[in-house]
Design a protein around this ligand. Structure first.
Ligand code: 5GP
Length: 204
């Protein structure tokens, strides 16, 4: 069985961000975004334009990089390989970068919530590092809260879990979709062909 592909254009991504922005502003009130690379970068940048309020500065975007791979530790794991996430880029823990998160409403942005492994890792590790930074700087009293925005959430059993308070109230997927492979425009080597394929799908 071949995997179905869904082609998403830049225009569609733009409009998904535009559509999500009022809810994000009203309910999550972010004052900082953490974009998970590379898929979270473009949505975060587009979203920033729609989150900008006249007279207020742009919401800063911090980038983190996570890579996910299947790890085979022993022969027994062949049946059920563990999934590991590694940090390829992170906030500088010793510096102001981590301190900038303290007391903020932080919006984590990624393109797709597939198995949820990446988002689980990002939330858990960011929460832990912020907690440590708060202890070090004596700022334990300040409440840091995390919310999540993704363009697409795949409706499938998840391997990763998210805190209850995020999943019920601070999680927004612009679209909930099936388990097809989504082709994002920033991955396309031929953007005209990509757009053609997307249009053909729309007309089906
Ligand atoms: P996770 O399984 O941890 O939720 O997703 C891990 C990463 O796999 C995502 O951030 C994304 O880079 C990639 N990924 C998962 N599903 C898709 C998909 O349908 N299309 C694309 N382009 N990437 C995907």
């Amino acid at each position: 069985m071949s995997i179905e592909k869904t082609y998403v254009t830049y225009n569609q991504v733009h409009k998904l961000c535009q559509e999500a922005a009022p809810k994000i502003l009203d309910e999550f009130r972010p004052n900082l975004m953490v974009a998970i690379g590379g898929g979270g970068y473009v949505p975060a940048r587009i979203l920033r334009s729609f989150l900008k309020k006249p007279g207020s500065p742009n919401i800063p975007i911090q980038a983190i990089g996570l890579s996910l791979y299947e790890s085979l530790k022993t022969d027994a794991d062949v049946e059920a390989p563990g999934t590991k996430v590694t940090r390829t880029q992170w906030l500088d823990l010793s510096s102001l970068e981590m301190a900038t998160l303290i007391g903020k409403n932080v919006l984590i942005v990624d393109e797709v919530d597939d198995t949820r492994t990446t988002l689980e890792y990002a939330v858990r590790e960011l929460e832990k590092d912020v907690r440590e930074a708060q202890e070090k700087s004596g700022r334990q009293g300040e409440k840091t809260s995390f919310s999540i925005f993704v363009l697409h959430n795949k409706d499938k059993p998840k391997k990763g879990t998210l805190p209850e308070e995020i999943i019920h109230g601070r999680y927004l997927a612009a679209r909930t979709v099936g388990d097809d492979w989504i082709c994002y425009p920033w991955e396309a080597l031929d953007i005209d062909e990509h757009d053609r394929l997307s249009k053909a799908q729309e007309q089906k």
